[in-house]
Design a binder for this molecule. Structure first.
Ligand code: AMP
Ligand code: GLY
Length: 424
């Protein structure tokens, strides 16, 4: 098989790493990739949402499967583009079509889907500029804190959680009438606040059957003790200790099965990953959000724990015989710690030389925001690299990650020293 992976982050390096282990793999291309993927694959410098450029790469390199990392190409319809093109339609795309991608592309759609299929989630109502007054009235019926969500994609920034009702009303107005998040906030979902501890569960489905991948917990805030601004994710742990069999059985029965069945009932042929963001509310799982891709940095702990051949699983997705594929998980714990540029998630500098990676032992280095400049690896983003390790306990795995991080340096490097602090 000749694979093309779309994307450039730690998630895509982890896909490249895992797929490279497959006996079925011939060549692997990453568009646009990073300095890490360049070591084990061929990078092609195109934008993954430029579908004509993607087509050219696919045809020029005899690509036989496309794996989509981020949500943007899915929401913009890369899978539909392939199916509508005679030269591309027989090439499987791992990732849903536009209709399935709405689970992430529209919060209003995903809430309606959950309501229709009786999937536990926070109570909600959606509002537009025309129904702003009704929105104010709905806020009055809720207890603080108030949760406001822009309907569309807003680069992870479209969710506001506010303690004060006047502030909530003012923000609702900002979103609806002043387009605080552009077109993404033309519709706003207001929902009940769920109190609990968050985790994520990942599902790979061929539209009929599914495999439940390892659970993971990520650490989104920049500061230790979960303080400060939200980031894409500063680290992750898998498995999640409190997600025991009893809890995961509830997740499967109440959420995963009705989600996969619901997609089928609604005529949505979904082939790819479903990332289910959950809140554990006193032992019961509630869906906070669906994403139609894997998480980053969750992928950097989830994929290394899969013992089975990922390419075989992808073939199962493409041929709709995923139920026939074996699926084994490594029992050990995996942890990852993200090294970020100083200043991230606000303004930061790029182009800093990264040194010491060659001294890393017994950890996997997944590059995220890096690139090669005159044969040197330099920083090229806010999240720079994720250091993944295995251990029999969370502590043991983290110790390895942190010991190796001591050997790596770049100007203004920052990272959280307390990943997993709430789980030990
Ligand atoms: P989302 O983009 O929907 O994942 O929301 C971003 C973050 O806001 C989540 O990871 C949660 O920490 C928080 N959040 C979202 N919805 C709720 C809710 N209903 N109750 C409590 N926290 C929430
Ligand atoms: N780490 C969260 C995400 O990928 O959305």
């Amino acid at each position: 098989m000749n694979i093309l992976i779309l994307g450039s982050g730690g998630r895509e390096h982890a896909f490249t790493y895992k797929l490279s282990q497959s006996k079925k793999l011939d060549t692997i291309f990453v568009a646009p990739g990073n300095a890490g993927t360049a070591e084990i694959a061929t990078n092609v410098a195109i934008n993954p949402t430029d579908f004509d450029a993607v087509k050219k790469v696919v045809l020029d390199n005899n690509i036989t499967m496309v794996v989509v990392g981020p949500e943007a190409p899915l929401v913009e319809g890369v899978h539909d583009f392939f199916l509508a093109d005679d030269a591309l339609k027989s090439i499987p795309v791992i990732g849903p079509k536009k209709d399935g991608a709405l689970l992430e592309g529209s919060k209003d759609f995903s809430k309606q889907f959950m309501e229709k299929h009786n999937i536990p989630t926070a109570k909600y109502k959606s509002f537009t500029q025309k129904t702003l007054t009704e929105g104010y009235a709905f806020l009055e019926t809720l207890q603080p804190p108030f949760v406001l969500k822009a309907d569309g994609l807003a680069a992870g920034k479209g969710v506001l959680i506010l303690d004060n009702i006047d502030e909530a009303k003012a923000e609702l107005k900002e979103m609806l009438t002043n387009q605080k998040f552009g077109a993404a906030s033309a519709t706003v979902v207001i929902e009940e606040f769920l109190k609990g501890i968050e985790l994520s569960v990942f599902v790979l489905t061929d539209g009929k059957s599914y495999k439940v991948l390892p659970s993971a917990k990520d650490y989104k805030r920049i500061g230790e003790g979960d303080t400060g601004l939200n980031t894409g994710g500063m680290g992750a742990i898998s498995p999640v200790p409190f997600a025991d069999n009893a809890f995961l059985t509830k997740v499967e029965e109440r959420i995963i099965k009705p989600t996969v069945d619901g997609l089928q009932k609604d005529g949505i042929d979904y082939r790819g990953f479903i990332f289910i963001g959950l809140m554990n509310v006193a032992g019961d799982p509630f869906v906070i959000e669906y994403n139609v891709r894997m998480g980053d940095p969750e992928t950097e702990v989830v994929l290394p724990r899969i013992a089975s051949d990922l390419l075989e699983l992808f073939e199962g997705v493409a041929n709709q015989n995923l139920n026939e594929k074996s699926f084994e998980v490594i029992a050990q714990t995996a942890t990852t710690v993200m090294l970020v540029s100083g200043g991230y998630p606000e303004a930061y500098e790029k182009g800093k030389q990264i040194s010491g990676v060659e001294f890393v032992e017994d950890s996997i280095v997944f590059h995220a925001g890096t690139k090669l400049e005159n044969d040197t690896v330099v920083t090229n983003g806010g999240r720079v690299m994720a250091i993944t390790s295995f251990g029999d306990t969370i502590q043991e795995a983290l110790q390895k990650s942190y010991k190796n991080i001591d050997k790596i340096s770049f100007e203004k490097m920052n990272f959280r020293k307390d990943i997993g602090f709430d789980l030990q």
